[in-house]
Design a protein around this ligand. Sequence first.
Ligand code: PEP
Ligand code: MG
Length: 552
Amino acid sequence: MEIYQGKSVFGGIAIGKVCVYQKEEQQVKRSKIEDVDSELARFHTAKDTALSQLQGLYDKAVKEVGEASAAIFEIHQMMLDDLDYIESIENIIKTQMVNAEFAVAETSDNFSMIFASMDDEYMRGRAADVKDVSERLLSVLHGNGKNALHLDEPVIIAADDLAPSETVQLDKDKVLAFVTVHGSVNSHTAILAKTMNIPALIGVDIPLDASTDGKMAVIDGYEGKIYVEPDADTLADKEAKLKKDLEQKELLQTLKGRENITLDGQKIMVYANIGDIKDLGMVMKNDAGGIGLFRSEFIYLEKDNYPTEEEQFKIYKTVAETMAGKRVIIRTLDIGADKQASYLDLGNEDNPAMGYRAIRICLTQPEIFKTQLRAIFRASAYGKVAIMYPMITSVEEVRQIKEIVAEIKSELTAQKIGFGDVEQGIMIETPAAAMISDLLAKEVDFFSIGTNDLTQYTLAIDRQNSKLDDFYNPHHTAVLRMIRMVVDNSHKAGIWTGICGELGADPELTQLFLSMGVDELSVSPGRILSLRKIILETDVSKCAEAMLEKYL
Ligand code: PEP
Ligand code: MG
């Protein structure tokens, strides 16, 4: 077994034979010409043919991978029609009295070198596109069709690099994965691989010869590895992973785009919990209806100093834009207790879980709080952003928050900085908040129950103390009754309640939460699909009585 490591462009497992794809090198000879005009005409005819080929590829790609990914062939058409590119070729033909092939090859080298030397990574990626376009022109001038790879069985394609036009010409049913020695993560081939939903690795130092060609291999797109001639254990392990992926995919296919509605018509929102932008891929993959909890403190924990307004704004904006109009609930800084950052200098406490943390820090050090609020409000101009505040225990705290929020809004308005309509919610994770949820409901737009802390504080059990694991019982009637109370009080006040603590993902309790009328469940992305499956298979009218009886 040989193992090669590369960069993963798209996750997933593929198992199959490797097919090494070698490009036919277009040999270009420099030859002198007599008749400049007829050589120029030859070039223009070839260019028109190449343009119509590209139009054909565009039409094929639109059908197979959608308009956005097909756009690369429009860009290729524009490159071929680019005045600088054309003038360079014409100029070489005229001044050097040489054949069109040589002029195209020379221009291709020059232009791709210019792109490759640019600072911007995206522009560097365009060097491959210039080469691809020029290869096409050369191929037309040579009188060849573009050499498409004909495949008889599904294979893992291994190549030095793959041009977008080569990628799109492949028979999609016959390609299990791509592996390239070169290529960039931003290349259009990478983008096409993502759109085609197949594992792809780049930057893999794999030999493109008989030592790999035709050999059995496994690609693990999660690890960025290819195993050539895998041993029995590796193969069994990857087969199991593949099976799991396929089951997930099937489930996703049946659930994607479907409303989360029970058999008897009760709707519920299923959102995702995230701690980082990196989690967004999983959020999309699992088709979350929104972000129910963005634990913003991770931005602070990753840094050596306070993250600036600008740094935070960029992160929140990316999340809001990526979620494209779906609700994104950003929880303000919930630091302290188990989440410590040295620069915050919170000091030693005898009882940190009950100490100086979360909203208590924000209200006593408003400058930290205001920086974050400004960043969130600014990002709200780019999507549907909501804010929620952690560790609330009183109405007074909420009123203080609202005053600060009002200050931020007028500051931004005075500075002519745009912001959206931001819903304001609170976490219900202290018994105090649960017990006065009728009063709190009048102050905010929504509740989100943090069952992790609610269980800790209700049962007086430190959630960090592993000795107490057997006592930490989130199914405790006291906790579940509080949840019901909070839901009822929110509905009486006309607002909604979600659950973002771990209990929200507990499949044993999904029917209970539906029976209570919980409006939203926010869980880690990997738990979404199984949760949605239970919801779609539940008839609340049939199970509610038994559920409430059993647990409350
Ligand atoms: C909770 O307490 O349930 C919660 C969601 O917040 P965290 O786990 O981040 O404290
Ligand atoms: Mg909490």
